[in-house]
Write a protein that binds this ligand. Structure first.
Ligand code: UN1
Length: 492
């Protein structure tokens, strides 16, 4: 921090939330949280935990679990409803802190905060719907039924790209189902997690039921895999980390839920509305700076319409105003950190080297104040073939690969030519085509005439193939992950 350059040197320090209190990490280490739009601005300072802190949080959750399990589910839901109301009230302030630490535009950050409130509201209602089934029994006097019971302590590991929605969609179902939780949020977005936990604390959630620890993912993730008291781990993040975590956790037969990458296609059909396709491609590829696992990263376009599609997409990309998400006129904020910038620029170089052509963008933006942040241009590649790295690997930045097809079967084949299978969209006016695509596409979230992004809280979310593992998130389906079934033969 250099005050001579007019830098804000003052920032508040925040700690872990364990057993109902804000407590520093035992080692006293701290982590500085900078603004990715201008790294001269320190947003906040946070405890940096070690293994002992994670064990302490698990211990607190374990102690709180019996009381929470025995709290009637409708009452558990009421805590969530109160937290939802607080999130709504504070959406402007939370959105501002979130933009300052993650980079998304204020509109995106505020919208996501309201979405988190909606998630809490939905799962609050599930407190009155959780239940098992009754069955006919073979014995005349037997009452045969199932109960849906909590697992115990569950660990939640969440990414920075949806720093309020993803923690919400793991916390809310875990809590309403009666589990005690430990959340480890991404080190890039610790302040948004604090704001959410302030809402939970003020909603009166009993001490120890929800705990928050900051720190390096590998070390804390290991604790969750090793601790005998952790019964489930829900993780959203990179494929590489998710696979390693699952391998460790499976040794103890811990339930694991993984939400990993995507390489999501947009197909424009011969008959589809080209303007719409361009709008959806731009929204899907450049929204949140392309940092969504649901981002559109491949556009598959009829050869005869390619030129017009690319020209209109480039025009749309040109209109995207890049800058600090705090500014009203900005459409696209920075990438989240220096590593993300290096990775995205690296993929752009590989794309060029492998023979794809940049139709627009491809550069880091460094003019004026932008030099202090991690800004890239929205980028469109044409002439991309399925062998190329930018077709196969998740870039996680505002980079769209466009390719042409000759017939519709080929379009579907191209769309399915990926290790991932999270979301997809088709732009068409033909019902028959839409139905065929819905049947043949290998994706967990399938759109027709809408962008590949988004996830309504009351429906299941997750992918095919390597995008996900374990049960779906959100909707009632996620409660299968956060509960276990007890089958009861009761002979009266
Ligand atoms: C969305 O598109 O709004 O990490 C949700 C991600 C996904 C969530 C996407 N798990 O990007």
């Amino acid at each position: 921090m250099n005050e001579a350059e007019g830098v804000v040197a003052m920032a508040d320090t925040y700690h872990n939330y364990v057993n109902g209190a804000w407590v520093p990490a035992a080692g006293g280490e701290l982590h500085e949280n900078a603004n990715p739009a201008d790294v001269r601005e320190l947003v906040s300072i946070h405890s940096r935990s070690r293994r002992a802190d994670a064990f302490a949080a698990v211990e607190a959750a374990k102690a709180a679990f019996p009381g929470w399990r025995d709290t009637p589910a409708p009452a558990r839901g009421e805590y969530l409803a109160r937290a939802a109301a607080l999130l709504r009230e504070r959406a402007d302030d939370i959105g501002r802190d979130f933009t300052r630490e993650e980079g998304k535009t204020l509109r995106e950050a505020r919208g996501e905060t309201l979405r988190a409130a909606q998630i809490f509201e939905f799962f609050a209602g599930e407190g009155r719907r959780l239940g098992g089934r009754t069955f006919p029994a073979d014995g005349r006097d037997t009452f045969l039924y199932t109960l849906r019971e909590p697992l115990g302590v569950v660990a939640l590991i969440t990414p920075w790209n949806f720093p309020v929605a993803i923690p919400a969609w793991k916390l809310a179902p875990a809590l309403v189902a009666g589990n005690a939780v430990v959340l480890k949020p991404a080190t890039n977005t610790p302040l948004t997690a604090v704001r959410m936990f302030e809402c939970l604390a003020e909603a009166g959630l009993p001490a120890g039921v929800a705990n928050l620890v900051y720190g390096p993912g590998a070390a804390l993730g290991d604790v969750f895999c090793e601790s005998e008291d952790v019964r489930a781990i829900s993780f959203t993040g990179s494929s590489e980390v998710g696979k390693a975590l699952a391998a460790k956790a499976h040794q103890r037969l811990v339930k694991v839920q993984l939400e990993l990458g995507g390489k999501n296609p947009l197909i424009l059909a011969d008959d589809g509305d080209l303007e719409r396709a361009v709008a959806y491609a731009a929204a899907g590829a450049f929204g949140a700076t392309g940092q969504k696992c649901t981002a559109t990263s491949r556009a598959i376009v009829p050869r005869g319409r390619l030129e017009e599609f690319v020209a209109k997409l480039v025009a749309a990309a040109k209109k995207v105003v890049v800058g600090s998400g705090l500014r009203d006129d900005v459409d696209m904020g920075p990438l989240v950190d220096a590593d993300a910038l290096a990775r995205v620029l690296g993929y752009i170089e590989v794309g060029k080297k492998e023979g794809a052509t940049v139709a627009y963008g491809g550069r880091r933006l460094e003019e004026g104040d932008l030099a202090h942040g991690f800004f890239v241009e929205p980028t469109v590649f044409v002439g991309v073939t399925p062998q190329m790295t930018i077709w196969r690997e998740e870039v996680f930045g505002p980079v769209l690969a466009v390719t042409a097809y000759d017939d519709f079967d080929e379009a579907i084949e191209l769309a399915n030519d990926t290790a991932y299978g999270l979301s997809a969209t088709l732009v068409t006016k033909s019902l028959a085509r839409a139905m065929r695509y819905v049947r043949q596409i290998e994706a967990g979230v399938v759109h027709v005439n809408s962008p590949t992004v988004g996830a309504a809280c009351h429906v299941p979310f997750g992918g095919y193939k390597e995008s996900s593992s374990g049960s779906r998130e959100q909707g009632r389906e996620v409660l299968e992950f956060f509960t276990q079934l007890k089958t009861v033969y009761l002979d009266i």
